[in-house]
Design a protein around this ligand. Structure first.
Ligand code: FEO
Length: 167
């Protein structure tokens, strides 16, 4: 069964949202690298790749359902942040926003009785829980570290492990 026009449009919109996420995290990676936080830069680089993976998952799904992939312009992400804490606060806010978008898509699929899309989106629902959880965890550590450069350095090193672990 082909995707409805409405669902195809909504999924194409989500491809764009995931690509914007990748772009935003790439900008955060650049900010962190510039400030000497190589661990955060690596973590954000890995995050950007994951977001591109999310976009490609939807890209493939749209095509497999006989609809057309339509790519829109990607918005310009912020280039400046006040601190690593600021970066992760904005990351959590952004992921909560993305969770809202996924939930809306899920509701739309349910309303259309488009079971295939609903099942496809389940992976994203679960993924958002994990993303919000891991960012909340990092945010908690950064809040505890406060303004102690040594503590922030330790967190930076810990976050750097993600890039090498390939997650
Ligand atoms: Fe693709 Fe971070 O949500």
């Amino acid at each position: 069964m082909m995707l409805s026009k409405k669902m195809a449009k909504a999924l194409n919109g989500q491809i764009n949202a995931e690509m914007y996420s990748a772009y935003m995290y790439l900008g955060m990676s650049a900010y962190a690298a510039d400030k000497g936080y190589n661990g955060v830069a690596g973590w954000m680089g890995a995050q950007a790749k994951e977001e591109m993976g999310h976009a490609m998952k939807i890209y493939g799904f749209v095509q497999s359902r006989g609809a057309k992939v339509e790519l829109d312009a990607i918005g310009k992400p912020p280039a400046n942040y006040t601190s690593v804490l600021d970066v992760f606060k904005k990351t959590l806010k952004h992921e909560q926003h993305v969770t809202g978008l996924i939930n809306k898509l899920f509701d739309a699929a349910k309303a259309e009785k488009d079971h295939a899309t609903e099942i496809f989106l389940q992976w994203f629902v679960t993924e958002q829980v994990e993303e919000e959880e891991s960012v909340t965890d990092i945010l908690g550590k950064l809040e505890m570290a406060g303004n102690h450069p040594g503590a922030i350095y330790m967190i930076d090193r810990e976050l750097g492990a993600r890039a090498t672990a390939g997650h």
